[in-house]
Design a protein around this ligand. Sequence first.
Ligand code: HEM
Length: 339
Amino acid sequence: MRRLPISMLKILSPVLLSSIAISAFAEPPSGNQDKSVVEQIVDAQTILAKGPYKGLRANHTKGIVVTGTFTPASSAASLTKASHLQNTPSKVTVRFSNAGGVPTIEDTNPNANPRGIAIRFELPDGTITDIVSFSVNAFPVSTPEAFLEFLNARIATKPDSPKPTPVEKVVAASPSLQRFIALPKPLPVSFATQPYFGVNAFQFTNASGETSYARYRIIPLNGQESLTAEEIAKATPNYLFDELPLRLKKGEAKFRLVAQVAEKDDVINDATIVWPEDRKQVELGIISLQAPVADNAAAEKSLAFNPLILVDGIAPSNDPVLLARPGAYAVSVGRRLAR
Ligand code: HEM
């Protein structure tokens, strides 16, 4: 498969980046298909969700959009010269979501994990940049091809499939899938009490030209809070979506934006490999969420997050999962805006 050089990705506009990322994966896998891998992934996500659903995302479909502010921490400049991480606060628009393509998925459904957080920073000069993360500290597979294989195995697995089922075979052959499945995924009290992880590494460059690789973490300022078994039994299907506006009426919900910095031998290009907890963590700033948007459906439709909408001082790593994401998101955006 063709890979885009990082230097090329850095100088492209987000819009161009999306279309180029699609073409980077536009070559069909050897054999039968004539669609790109990312388009096949979006097709598979749509089939698994029994979609398509008019005007909605192919993945992380059930969401809620809120607005707030981001105030950078002084320590952020040691890592990066990125303008939103210097002295000036920016506006943020944040979309929380359940996993999967089913718009009515119950918040208590295990398939609603990992929860998503997508953050758009809007700088005073109009520049935008995004972070798109989720609630588990690893991705299940290392490549888009392996992700497609897993999704296709889930589609091929029927209630009467003989054992081992297609999905059981793929899981049995993939230690990273086994690790992902085994990770604890407690139900949060609130979208605002759930930590989120960037999973893919980015290259950060500071004003002195020093570079390091790091992964984002978005941590509730007051710590993680999960439901007890008793509370889970009483939780309603939309409890997270009902809770957030009520919480914001009482006051701001705050998160620390943190960068976990890789050491020399840490694996940069594989989102299945968790870096040790003792790695340095640099405080980048505080996200303060204030209120839900007035028209959630309209905001969801017009927002198209993309983890490679970046500013100078932050560049993608060569993680193939990260580089596949803009292409997949662009396919989903193109379809939901066309319908
Ligand atoms: C090959 C890997 C991946 C593929 C193919 C993929 C695919 C998609 C697609 C098609 C969407 C819908 C986009 C839209 O219509 O706006 C989406 C949304 C999302 N994805 Fe991914 N994704 C991948 C990896 C990841 C990873 C690693 C994370 C977290 C670290 C993640 C978190 C999210 C979130 C939070 C959303 C919702 C964004 C929003 O609120 O608009 N995805 N993904």
